[in-house]
Ligand binder design. Structure first.
Ligand code: IPM
Ligand code: MG
Length: 366
């Protein structure tokens, strides 16, 4: 197949891990006969340095024209001045909003070989397989902001339509999984949460009577994610709660460096990125974990390009590396970023050989 993919390495370790993702794309193109056109563009701090803004217009234009977008990470201390007029994170937020990427899917499935890397006891991790669907283009992130000398304000606003479209996505996902949906809100305090609750309850009753709906307050959800994580199937929540809960949930898998994400809208290209940040202290040192990036690439192959076989093979190549201890130090291994990426490519080659014959360009999902 042919696909037009925009590559946004961004800042910090984003650059290191993107290198490994591009190598896997080259490998898949070579072995499976696909034609991927990769267009590399600037975003975040790198873009501020080059052109003075975090989302240059040619980056946005290329993204709009793409079949899918792969992003590393943005941000770093260099651009952290609270008085700065532009910030790297604005690039990512503007991109999510401009492309209408309202649903952010963050799957969390700890690998048994890494139970020891998690601060949570192994018996609690057994059977954990959950998906957080985070609303990505509304709420506090995008409400009106006011910054004065001694007061500041962030408005949290949600409309029925914004809630319905993301809850519908989450419920459809639940339908293909264990049919359980948990709404996480703070309806005992927040007006927006009370709207989320009303809209979600009536939408599920109307359109998804076969999906079981639970509701949890966000503080309780933070606790239950650690005390009984295997009870969850799909969680749906507003932007900020989703941001916080997914960093927490990442620790179930043992490392922030393992969690991928897909940001999807109603139409147009999806954006795929690891949930972790730019980790400036690790940048350029060949030590960042590339697996969250590679698993994000697998989500891209699956959701945006329809390359389901390739996606599953890449996921299982990462799994095999985890099982055989071919990992970076954050999850107990000894490999650097490049060696861990190479290990995944070697596993992927082996799997392609097994399924389609040695060294043959396979006509996978063509
Ligand atoms: C994430 C990140 C971003 C967010 C930052 C970099 C703006 O933490 O994708 O989770 O808060 O959405
Ligand atoms: Mg975050």
């Amino acid at each position: 197949m042919e696909a037009n993919i925009v590559i946004l390495p961004g800042d910090g370790v984003g650059v290191d891990i993107m290198h490994e993702a591009v190598a896997v794309l080259d490998q898949l193109a070579d072995r499976c006969g696909h034609r991927f056109t990769l267009v590399k563009r600037l975003i975040g701090g790198a873009a501020i340095d080059a052109v003075g803004q975090p989302l240059p217009s040619n980056t946005l234009a290329s993204c709009r024209a793409a079949d899918a977008i792969l992003l590393g990470a943005v941000g770093g201390p260099k651009w952290d001045d609270p008085d700065a007029s532009v910030r790297p994170e604005q690039g990512l937020l503007q991109l999510r909003q401009a492309l209408g990427l309202f649903a952010n899917l963050r799957p969390v499935k700890p690998h048994p070989a890494l139970y020891d890397a998690s601060p949570i006891r192994p018996e609690r991790l057994a059977g954990v397989d959950l998906m957080v669907v985070r609303e990505l283009t509304g709420g506090l992130y995008f409400g009106r902001k006011l910054e004065m000398a001694d007061t500041a304000e962030d408005v949290c606003r949600y409309s029925r339509a914004e809630i319905e479209r993301v809850v519908r996505q989450a419920a459809s996902l639940a339908r293909r999984r264990r049919r359980r949906l948990t709404l996480v809100d703070k309806a005992n305090v927040l007006a927006t949460s009370r709207l989320w609750r009303k809209v979600t309850q009536s939408l599920i009753a109307r359109e998804f009577p076969d999906v079981e709906l639970d509701i949890l307050l966000v503080d309780a959800a933070a606790m239950h994610l650690l005390s009984r994580p295997s009870d969850f199937d799909v969680l749906v929540t507003e932007n900020l709660f989703g941001d916080i809960l997914t960093d927490e949930a990442a620790m179930l898998t043992g490392s922030l460096g393992l969690l991928p994400s897909a940001s999807l809208g109603d139409a147009g290209p999806g954006l795929y990125e690891p949930i972790h940040g730019s980790a400036p202290d690790l940048a350029g040192q060949d030590c960042a974990n590339p697996f969250a990036m590679l698993l994000s690439l697998a989500m891209m192959l699956d959701h945006s390009l329809g390359l389901v076989d390739e996606a599953r093979l890449l996921e299982s190549a990462v799994d095999r590396c985890i099982e055989s201890g071919q990992t970076t130090v954050d999850v107990g291994g000894r490999l650097g970023t490049r060696a861990a990426g190479a290990a995944v490519r070697a596993e992927l080659d082996r799997q392609l050989d097994q399924r389609y014959g040695r060294g043959q360009p396979a006509a996978l999902s063509a």
